[in-house]
Design a protein around this ligand. Structure first.
Ligand SMILES: Nc1ncnc2c1ncn2[C@@H]1O[C@H](COP(=O)(O)OP(=O)(O)OP(=O)(O)O)[C@@H](O)[C@H]1O
Ligand SMILES: [Zn+2]
Ligand SMILES: [Zn+2]
Length: 802
């Protein structure tokens, strides 16, 4: 037998399968998707078995040194998905595969064989191998075909188990379990009346009424059902059998989750659920866009749809943005589905993450809830994929492989015949446009639960505040309302946007911002040259000393931090209890959760924070939301800036008045008339989307055009530029005349780590050859890139433009 192996060297030359022979001793373990060690030149390296074949074209092939995984880490499906990702995102196969498995098992684990039954029941050959041990190293097995056949048989009969020897830091815990031996009836004949205690224990097991039931030995001892000697007696007689069962580290074990029964759905919820279950019950793929306003009860729809899928014996994947993977969110899923839920996110330790992954891999968990990479959950029978807050930029990975989780979800949905549900109060324009063209099916929930009103939004013009002589970060209106909530004992959220800080220039007097005359994009301030620059076309101009619009000298770049806001807040509202949540205060593991729990328990009046408090929170006592500066993101050099602003304002406003009390929102802005702010104020997603679609059409941006970004960098500015020019002209030659190729221009960050950066943007509608051409370009420069001199990054769904 031969294995085609994808080796763990991410270069163009090694981006193909290499043939190796599978030695007899490893035949049983070598499966597609298993990781292996193989000789490569003078070295030994790791790789993945990609395919297994019974012949090779090569005259001489070396044997595989070792198979690392007792069970393949990648399923056949994931192997195929990797091939798709490699082509579609222009990355190496090995990079795609590595991104699908947790970091903890990328290390080289040792394999061991564990005895699950008493030694005597093994065939003599294996008895000799084990002797008195219950666990032996795989390495110590004799390299003998006959022994291997016995091992294979014993695995099949669950007499032994092959598993990883995991290093201490990620040590698995095991529990000794007892159950009836398959042939207990025959063996029980040997029990005499004298062995009273043993008979009692045997009867106890029979009384369970389930031949397969396994009971922890510790429980029997603890509850004094039997003594150690009695248990041992029955095990020796092969009436009971013992086995070690893994118990997983449970990151949530110190917390109990209140069971939450399904709620009776509202009419809107039922109307959203029905089309989804219609597809799940027929195991048909279909993509839904669930557009439901904040507080419309989208989560309950997800939960009930998942429930159906679990009843079918299938599995579900739920993606949520990392930042909204709060205890509240976890509670809802654990509360409904208990241990069947595996939670996968970066706040868990490496070991915990590994355990959760293993529970999915072993089929012990049925629902994977996690951030972006959970889309690779190694389930075998996926029945439903949900992407909550589907508009979030974090679903796009900004490193190789540069995939978008939405595309991966749809690929897997098609593979499994599983619907994909994209949910949001503020869908991305891309998804909404697809729903408009009936590529996705739109499901709408336009009202909050119990017809609760959406909060009234007050937009305060901060230019007026300045003219009135108020230089504080709080407008009079906001301060008044904050005081009012303090008196009533209700809670407030203050939101300060961190993104887009000090990168743009604005006149504090009239709200003027500098824009590129060619691109409808805000110019970015470059400190070194004291200049304003367009990231897209390269246009630049000098930083003005006075505002070109009103001649005020109050023109400057923009920014203030949460810490400063907190200081000011304690000055004006000394009696308020404040929790500040930002990158600085949440570095400690668990602090994020703890702060939210304290706020939820009413231990603070005001929650002040950045992006991490904008979504997902569902606290009944929040009746006021204040947005301190709505503009910061509006002027980012990114065509999605108005969309992101609208989304964020809508999401953060959505935290107010979700329960019985009516909510209210104050948005402070220097450009209160901007359409993003006005449409958000009126809770008018459809009008926003219509207006923004017009802008996109005029600018030639998604969803009217696709974008691809090619970035070239090199230590020598000349080489970087020349290569970028070559790539650009090649694209111009090979793509159709309809494709617009912009650039090369200097990247917004012109130099990173001493490398000069140039970029080229491709706008296109239909270029079937594009991925092929880009892959060819990557191959063409592979020598230079392999030497780490030249970097070419190709991004098929650019989300960030820096
Ligand atoms: N059918 C129902 N009956 C009563 N209460 C419900 C029902 N469905 C949901 N709820 C409650 O309504 C509240 C809002 O629901 P949920 O958090 O799911 O909204 P959402 O649509 O996800 O909002 P957001 O987009 O703002 O996160 C929750 O407290 C939830 O428990
Ligand atoms: Zn001005
Ligand atoms: Zn421009």
């Amino acid at each position: 037998m031969y294995a085609k192996v994808i080796v763990d060297i991410a270069t163009g030359q090694t981006n193909r399968a290499f043939d190796y022979q599978i030695p007899a001793s490893l035949e049983m373990l070598a499966r597609p998707g298993s990781r292996v060690t193989v000789p490569f030149g003078a070295r030994k390296i790791q790789g993945f078995i990609w395919r297994i074949e019974d012949k090779t074209e090569l005259a001489r092939v070396k044997p595989i040194t070792d198979v690392l995984d007792p069970h393949p880490v990648l399923t056949q499906e994931l192997l195929e998905l990797g091939e798709y990702l490699a082509v579609e995102t222009v990355c190496f196969l090995i990079t795609a595969y590595q991104s699908m498995i947790p970091a903890a098992i990328r290390a080289k684990p040792k394999k061991k064989i564990e005895l699950l039954v008493s030694t005597e029941t093994l065939p003599p050959v294996l008895q000799a191998v084990f002797q008195k041990q219950t666990t032996i190293d795989w390495k110590d097995l004799p390299d003998d075909k006959a022994v291997m056949q016995h091992v294979q048989e014993a695995v099949r009969h669950e007499q032994i188990r092959i598993d990883y020897q995991v290093k201490d830091q990620t040590k698995k815990q095991t529990k000794r379990m007892l159950k009836l031996h398959p042939e207990h009836r025959t063996h029980a004949a040997s029990l005499t009346a004298k062995a009273k205690k043993q008979l009692e224990l045997y009867d106890w097991f029979l009384s369970i009424g389930d031949e397969e039931a396994a009971v922890p030995a510790a429980q029997l001892l603890h509850e004094q059902t039997a003594s150690r000697a009695v248990i041992q007696g029955l095990v020796e007689k092969n009436i009971l059998m013992e086995r070690n069962q893994e118990s997983y580290r449970d990151p949530f074990e110190d917390r109990s989750f209140e069971a939450t029964p399904p709620q009776e759905l509202t009419r809107d919820q039922q109307r959203a659920l029905d089309p989804i279950t219609e597809k799940t019950s027929r195991e048909k793929h279909h993509t839904f866009l669930l557009h439901g306003v904040t507080g419309s009860g989208k989560t309950e729809v997800y939960l009930q749809a998942i429930d159906r899928v679990l009843q079918q014996g299938r599995e579900a994947i739920v993606l949520v943005p990392e930042i909204s993977l709060t205890p509240q969110m976890v509670e809802r899923f654990k509360g409904r589905f208990g241990d069947q839920v595996a939670v996968m996110h970066s706040a868990l330790s490496r070991g915990e993450r590994y355990d959760e992954w293993r529970r999915v891999h072993a089929g012990d968990a049925k629902v994977a809830v996690g951030a972006r990479s959970a889309i690779f959950a190694p389930f075998k029978n996926v029945g439903l994929i949900i992407i909550d807050e589907e508009h979030e930029g974090s679903y796009k990975q900004e490193d190789h492989p540069r995939y978008h989780a939405r595309e991966v979800a749809i690929w897997r949905g098609i593979y499994h015949g599983a619907p994909v549900v994209l949910g949001s109060a503020t869908p991305s324009l891309e998804s909404y446009a697809r729903a408009g063209r009936e590529v996705y099916q739109l499901l709408e929930m336009p009202e909050r639960i119990n017809q609760k009103q959406l909060p009234a939004i007050d937009v305060v013009d901060m230019r007026d505040e300045l003219h009135k002589g108020n230089r504080s970060v709080f407008s009079e209106t906001l301060l008044e309302k904050l005081k009012d909530r303090l008196e009533k004992g209700e809670q407030s959220i203050l939101f300060l946007n961190r993104r887009g800080y000090s990168s743009f220039v604005m006149c504090r007097s009239c709200g003027y911002t500098a824009e590129c005359p060619h691109c409808e994009i805000t110019l970015t301030y470059h400190q070194t040259k004291h200049q304003l620059k367009c990231h897209y076309c390269g246009y630049e101009e000098a930083m003005p000393a006075t505002c070109p619009s009103c001649e005020s000298e109050q023109i400057r770049y923009f920014g203030t931090g949460t810490q400063k806001v907190e200081e000011e807040l304690t000055k004006v509202l000394p009696e308020a209890r404040i929790i500040r949540m930002d990158m600085d205060t949440t570095t400690k593991k668990g602090s994020h959760e703890q702060m939210l729990r304290r706020f939820g328990n009413g231990e603070a009046d005001i929650l002040l924070g950045t992006q991490m408090i904008a979504k997902g929170l569902d606290f009944p006592m929040i009746t006021l939301v204040g947005v301190l500066a709505a503009d910061t993101m509006l002027h980012l050099p990114d065509f999605r800036a108005p969309e992101r602003t609208f989304q964020l304002l809508t999401q953060v406003s959505g935290r107010a008045g979700r329960d019985k009390l009516q909510g209210e929102v104050v948005i402070q802005s220097y450009s209160p008339d901007h359409y993003s702010i006005q449409f958000a104020k009126n809770h008018d997603y459809p009008s926003f989307s219509r207006h923004e679609m017009g802008q996109r059409k005029r600018g030639g941006y998604p969803p009217y055009y696709y974008l691809t970004m090619v970035n070239v960098s090199h230590e020598e500015i000349g080489v970087a530029l020349k290569t970028a020019e070559k790539v650009t002209s090649r694209l111009r030659e090979e793509l159709s005349p309809q494709a617009k190729i912009l650039g090369p221009t200097v990247s917004p960050i012109a130099r990173i780590k001493d490398r000069y950066r140039y970029q080229c943007m491709i706008k296109y509608r239909d270029e079937p050859e594009l991925t092929k051409i880009l892959n060819d370009i990557a191959v063409h420069y592979q020598k230079e890139t392999a030497q780490d001199k030249l970097f070419i990054t190709i991004d098929m769904y650019p989300q960030l433009f820096l």
